[in-house]
Design a protein around this ligand. Structure first.
Ligand code: CU
Length: 364
């Protein structure tokens, strides 16, 4: 009986994700540009609204439109009491989620119900009361062929789409943009080697109760608790983005559930995944490899914007949009991105130190 109860519980648990997928899809998508409240329309309006110095907005670029405020709930983040996979925003993710929801899950349920039915039937039909003299049959060739062949066919039917998924997931098309993702205890850094090699450091935003007066804290516009960060990775929509993933210390893992692909960030090794996100928005993830005491506090937030907004954001960070000629010499370009390097003390060390992470990687 215990077995039957387990089988029913498993079947019920297996059924719920598919049902839970539907309401998510109905949720509204935010517009690409930030709402008027987050984006002052005129200089007068900007001056009228006193900027909150203690808590500046995420990416602070009314010109670029990057750093969009978030509505209450959207795709790319967990939903309350949600089950199942997040709605996918890449082709690979949609294929994989469809494979899981519409094929593997149904197959699991069908096999579970079949075995459960067979068990029930056997227990009732062949119990001692109803079947006092048991059959002494020990072989049945037809039955043995069937119970070998059917599982083989089932496995083949699972293997073919699995191989297809693996192939698309790990055969990246030529990349439009490369972002180097580095795991650190306990934050992520993202650098843009195609755009001058500047780097952004992304830390989790603390709650208001956890910060000292004057420090920045999370608001609902930044994202949900535990997942919002001070600096989001920004990538363009509709472009093939290659992530080169590595680590500075221990093994981390980079994962944004709505993009599907997940990969380990290993020290001394570069792993690669790719995404092509077709829908602008902000997508959240977390480090998914137990990496130490604050493992649970190193979220990932990726903001997907239009290519034009992306170029504007690159410029606002002191980088060079792809195809544009660098405004200054490679050594001077990062200095513009980091005002601290302009001070005389920093300038003396600038010669000895590699100017960018990209340069440092090349040197090693
Ligand atoms: Cu980690």
């Amino acid at each position: 009986m215990k077995l039957i109860a387990w089988a029913i519980a498993l079947a019920a648990a297996g059924l719920s994700p598919a049902a839970a997928q539907t309401p998510q899809a109905a949720q509204p998508q935010p517009a690409v540009t930030a709402p008027a409240s987050a984006q002052p329309q005129s200089p007068e309006a900007a001056a009228a609204s006193t900027p909150d110095k203690a808590n500046p907005p995420a990416v602070t670029t009314s010109e670029t439109g990057v750093g969009q405020a978030l509505p209450e709930a959207q795709i790319g983040m967990p939903v309350k009491a949600g089950t199942g996979l997040q709605e996918q925003v890449t082709d690979v993710g949609r294929f994989a989620a469809g494979f899981h929801n519409n094929w593997l899950l149904l197959l699991c349920v069908a096999i579970s119900l079949f075995v459960l039915g067979l068990l029930g039937f056997t227990m009732l039909r062949f119990r001692r009361g109803a079947n006092p003299t048991p059959s002494r049959t020990s072989h049945n060739t037809a039955l043995e062929v069937v119970w070998t062949l059917v599982p083989v066919l089932i496995l083949v039917a699972i293997a073919i789409p699995s191989m297809r998924l693996l192939k698309t997931q790990y055969t990246p098309p030529p990349a439009d943009l490369t972002v180097k993702v580095t795991g650190n205890q306990w934050f992520w850094t993202y650098s843009y080697p195609d755009n001058g090699g500047f780097e952004i450091v992304s830390n989790q935003l603390k709650e208001q109760r956890d910060v000292k007066p004057g420090e920045r804290f999370r608001t609902d516009k930044d994202g949900p608790p535990m997942l919002a960060v001070d600096e989001r990775m920004v990538i363009p929509a509709g472009k093939v983005v290659k992530f080169l993933v590595t680590s500075n210390d221990v093994i981390h893992a980079f994962w944004v559930p709505a993009f599907w692909s997940k990969i380990d960030a290993n020290p001394g090794q570069v792993n690669q995944i790719w995404v092509k996100v077709d829908r602008p928005g902000v997508y959240f993830g977390q480090c998914t490899e137990l990496c130490g005491a604050r493992h649970g506090y190193m979220p990932t937030a990726v903001e997907v914007v239009s290519p034009e907004q992306f170029d504007a954001w690159i410029v606002s960070k002191g980088g060079t949009p792809k195809g544009a000629r660098p405004a200054a010499t490679p050594a001077a370009a990062p200095a513009a991105a980091e005002p601290a390097a302009a001070t005389p003390a920093a300038a003396t060390t600038a010669e000895a130190q590699p100017a960018t992470n990209q340069a440092a990687t090349a040197q090693n």
